[in-house]
Design a protein around this ligand. Structure first.
Ligand code: NAD
Ligand code: IPM
Ligand code: MN
Length: 368
């Protein structure tokens, strides 16, 4: 029996509070040896007592847990978005989870808005730098409210920060195969170095240097505007994409659309050796929150990604197979063409996972 993994669960706001319970239900159905602890960090808590992250909250997460499963943060009642910034961006930067890994995988042709595109055509990964760039919030506003107002938002790129995420992308390419078993072969760096020359220059130099250490991997480059165009024109050409924090944010919403929309996209905020955090790519979706409408599959795939990261690969695979079946059999929510509610989809996927768990137990312990 593998050692019990300790998981912190933070559903957050809006649909995060609906999709995460479904992901938890599916984890339980998989028979994974885990212990879950729930935390109420989010808008409700902030509005009640002013606390975003309790004192030493990140230290506690890093010390007491093997992984963190997060929903989403963002609530119309908190216009400043301060709690999302402190909890979500705080976790990413203060826990130093520098690689935001966002797989882009089409499960069924019917889900893709592009003509003639099949699952084998959309199967790439975006590795987003997760601790620097414009997300450090360095800068300031001067002479606010006057005609002379100045707003400065700094784009911070460190040699260490760029190098480690670029290396992560090459290592990822080397170590991961596609779901069909074929090797990954290309790493593409995406920037805007034709206009943002200082930061772009650093990314270019680092990418070239690190790429030379991996001669078996093809190193490619695209400007971010061209990449957006190519992603829609021909997503087949992408394998592993590495980019900065903001471009990574933007292109993964576009990429989510190729997969069937925001409700299908999973992600991990990873630093090997540290407690990593897993969250669906989507936000709290206030207009559909509380209505049992949200698609839980992105959160469920995120849970599978987390279990895979924790070494529970058989559990992760069972969950992925069950999600694929749900999509193929249209056991889905309205956003991807089904007629089921959030909880019905969660229940259905959990049921499939339970069946395959029971099957695997029978195989492991044949009856006498
Ligand atoms: P969003 O991802 O919440 O929603 C974008 C669109 O996708 C909406 O039409 C929404 O209804 C739809 N959608 C998203 N998830 C879905 C799901 N699971 N099932 C079905 N439809 C889904 O992005 P937004 O509207 O720009 O942001 C809303 C709030 O969420 C904001 O406060 C934003 O800052 C926050 N946000 C948080 C995160 C996060 O916590 N990781 C990510 C993105 C946005
Ligand atoms: C994401 C979100 C966040 C980001 C927001 C909520 C700050 O859009 O996780 O993609 O920009 O990183
Ligand atoms: Mn985003």
């Amino acid at each position: 029996m593998s050692q019990k993994k300790r998981i912190a669960v933070i559903p957050g706001d809006g649909i995060g509070k609906e999709v995460i319970p479904e992901a938890v239900r599916v984890i339980a159905a998989s028979g994974a040896n885990v212990e879950l602890s729930h935390f109420d960090w989010g808008a409700d808590r902030y509005l009640a007592d002013g606390v975003t992250v309790p004192p030493d909250g990140f230290t506690m997460l890093g010390r007491d847990f093997d992984a963190i499963l997060v929903g989403a943060f963002g609530d119309p009642r908190v216009a400043s978005n301060v709690h999302a910034k402190e909890i979500l961006l705080g976790m990413r930067s203060q826990m130093d989870l520098y690689a935001n890994v966002r797989p882009v995988r089409l499960l069924d042709a019917a889900l893709c808005p592009l003509k003639g595109v099949e699952p084998k055509d959309v199967d790439f990964v975006v590795i987003r730098e997760n601790t620097e760039g414009v997300y450090t919030d360095a800068g300031g506003v001067f002479k606010q409210g006057t005609p002379d107002e100045v707003a400065i938002q700094e784009d911070i790129n460190t040699r260490k920060g760029v190098e480690r995420v670029v290396r992560y992308a090459f290592e990822y390419c080397e170590r991961h195969t596609k779901p069909d078993g074929s090797p990954r072969k290309r790493v593409l760096m995406c920037d805007k170095s034709n206009a943002m020359t200082h930061a772009g220059g650093l990314w270019q130099r680092v990418f070239k240097e690190v790429g030379e250490e991996y001669p078996q991997i093809t190193a490619q480059h695209m400007y971010v505007d061209a990449l957006c165009m190519q992603m829609v024109r021909d997503p087949r050409q992408f394998d592993v994409v590495v980019t900065n924090n903001m471009f990574g944010d933007i292109i993964t919403d576009l990429a989510a659309s190729l997969q069937g929309g925001m409700g299908m996209a999973a992600s991990g905020n990873i630093h090997h050796g540290k407690t990593s955090m897993f969250e669906p790519v989507h936000g709290s979706a206030p207009p559909i929150a509380g209505k049992n409408l949200a698609n839980p599959l992105g959160a469920i795939l995120t849970a599978a990604m987390m279990l895979g990261h924790l070494g529970l690969t058989d559990k992760a695979q069972k969950i992925e197979v069950a999600v694929l079946e749900a999509v193929q059999q249209k056991r889905t929510t309205h956003d991807i063409g089904g007629a089921m509610s959030t909880s019905e989809v969660g229940e259905w996927v959990a049921g499939r996972v339970t069946q395959s768990y029971a099957r695997s137990l029978r195989i492991a312990e044949p009856s006498k």
